[in-house]
Design a protein around this ligand. Structure first.
Ligand code: TYD
Ligand code: MG
Length: 499
């Protein structure tokens, strides 16, 4: 930091008011960047936001980038010229064109590259139809959720199809990997393992062997020697990913990066590298529940919002091809407060059970909780029921739960929620062969939702015989054999259609 120039302004006050002359000197401080004229003294440390990677020369309680509190961490500044030494710099991306020459769209060849199937239909769909060669995929998730298991199974499937695979682990020893591999079944073909955390070494191996798919487990353990901070720090994670990106693009290798997400702690969240990679997948679910959801958050080669459903078994992960059947299995058929709703996850309809429990409140203030649904939405819908349908719900505690531990936020869930609440309030069960969907507005009206046809067909496929849906959606639908469709235009109509 250096004082570059300053302005002196002289202000004369109104005569008689004040005799003195106030001199105000406004100092303009010009912050010189690292590429300054050499006068600037390089700072030994910088501060990074763990969440979004915002860089700052001083510590701040709140990150200006993502507005999170207490996320700034101190790290040694990168050595000058570190990025010039970046090993991947010399690599040229195929199809990149002559340096500095802009190309017309017609001059760019875009041969559709053949995608590799992973052997898991659920994963292929989330990836947009298989693995794209040269892509960089980040698989994030809580520790112990099954990321390593999933990727090892993918590697096994790909190796069995004759692909050359390299699995790099910085977390487990070769022996531990072997034990895990024994659980998931026999491994055939060219699947090689490497225990290494030094990226220069890893780069050499990759350049020498040129595998088709590389898995790096996990990015938080990788480090570059030319960066002084510890593995897992924001700058290491970021720079390591940039090397892997150069390798993926330069050699046309599909690279999977595993990243642990931690709420807080020393390990940098993989959030900071979301913008660098082509695809971001999150593997989520309760560690105690058997099933896991793979969610696409960003995808340069396909749609996001797709989910893949897996189940953790003794011998690794197995895909759940029909999640609705899985989610509805074991539901009580004649309990009040349970409703089957049909929601869309990406392009796929999913049937699930919404449960509500309404009990008289013992305290002055009614308790409300919502698991798997938006808490504010539940409050809003209860207010609509009180005001528009004259139900006296203020005296009652309300507990809402989406069975199976899924977290849903689609508005099409509203009508299901409303009926579940009324069902519990009246203590009258809903027909177990009935599916309900529709958005509820503040006036108590039932509004149209998208993709009603897919929802109805999914319900029919699973043996449901009645469907309550918005009247506007019914107008656009052809009659479907085997399922009775009831169109409703407001909440009152829906309630009288159910009972
Ligand atoms: P893991 O893939 O090691 O998680 P991550 O890489 O995301 O940290 O999975 C860990 C959990 O999965 C562990 O608690 C044990 C369980 N598991 C099974 O239930 N069955 C299996 O066949 C395997 C390999 C793991
Ligand atoms: Mg792991």
């Amino acid at each position: 930091m250096r004082t570059d120039s300053f302005e002196v302004r002289v202000f004369r006050y109104m005569p008689g008011r004040a005799k003195s002359i106030e001199i105000k000197a406004c100092l303009k401080i010009v912050l010189r960047g690292r590429k300054g004229n050499g006068m600037a003294k390089a700072k030994a440390t910088v501060f990074f936001c763990k969440e979004c990677g915002y860089e700052s020369s001083k510590w701040m309680g709140q990150c200006p980038g993502c507005r999170q509190w207490n996320t700034m961490v101190e790290e040694p500044a990168a050595k000058p010229g570190a990025s010039q030494k970046m090993p991947g710099r010399s690599l040229r991306w195929p199809n990149r064109g002559k340096e500095g020459t802009p190309l017309l769209l017609s001059e760019i060849s875009a041969d559709e590259q053949e995608r590799m199937e992973t052997g898991f239909g659920e994963l292929d769909r989330v990836l947009g139809g298989g693995i794209v060669p040269g892509s960089l995929v980040l698989v994030g998730g809580d520790p112990g959720i099954g990321k390593s298991t999933l990727l090892l199974q993918v590697c096994r499937n790909l190796a069995a199809r004759g692909k050359q695979i390299l699995y790099i682990s910085g977390e487990e020893s070769l022996k531990q990997i072997k034990l895990r591999a024994n659980r998931i079944g026999e491994v055939e073909g060219e699947l090689r393992f490497l225990c290494e955390t030094n990226l220069e070494q890893i780069q050499e191996v990759i350049e020498e062997r040129k595998p088709e798919v590389v898995v790096v487990d996990s990015i938080q353990t990788m480090f570059r020697e030319d960066i002084s901070s510890a593995p897992g720090s924001v700058s290491q994670v970021r720079e390591s990913t940039s090397v892997l990106m150069q390798l993926a693009k330069g050699l046309g290798i599909a690279v999977f990066i595993v990243g642990h997400v931690t709420k807080e702690g020393v390990v940098a969240g993989p959030r900071v590298l979301e913008h660098m990679v082509d695809t971001v997948l999150y593997f989520e679910g309760e560690r105690t529940a058997a099933y896991r959801l793979l969610r696409g958050v960003k995808n340069r080669f396909g749609s996001t919002n797709e989910i893949g459903v897996f189940e953790m078994l003794e011998e690794g992960l197995s895909e759940v091809k029909n999640p609705s059947e899985f989610l509805l299995s074991g539901r009580p058929k004649d309990a009040s407060g349970a409703v089957v709703a049909c929601l869309m996850e990406g392009t796929r309809p999913i049937l699930l059970e919404i449960q509500a429990l309404i009990t008289e409140s013992n305290f002055g203030m009614a308790r409300r909780t919502a698991a798997g649904a938006d808490y504010n939405r539940v409050n809003l819908l209860m207010a609509v029921l009180e005001k528009r349908c004259r139900y006296d719900l203020g005296r009652f505690d309300a507990y809402v739960n989406v069975a199976g531990g899924l977290r849903m936020s689609e508005p099409a869930m509203d009508l299901g929620l409303v009926i579940a609440i009324i069902s519990s309030y009246k203590d009258r069960p809903v027909d177990p062969a009935m599916v309900i969907f529709g958005e509820v507005g503040l006036a108590g009206e039932v509004r149209a939702v998208s993709m009603s046809e897919q929802r109805v067909y999914e319900a029919k496929k699973l043996g449901f015989t009645t469907c309550i849906l918005p009247k506007l959606c019914l107008g656009k639908l052809k009659p479907v054999e085997g399922i009775r469709l009831i169109g409703v235009s407001n909440v009152k109509e829906a309630i009288s259609a159910v009972w």
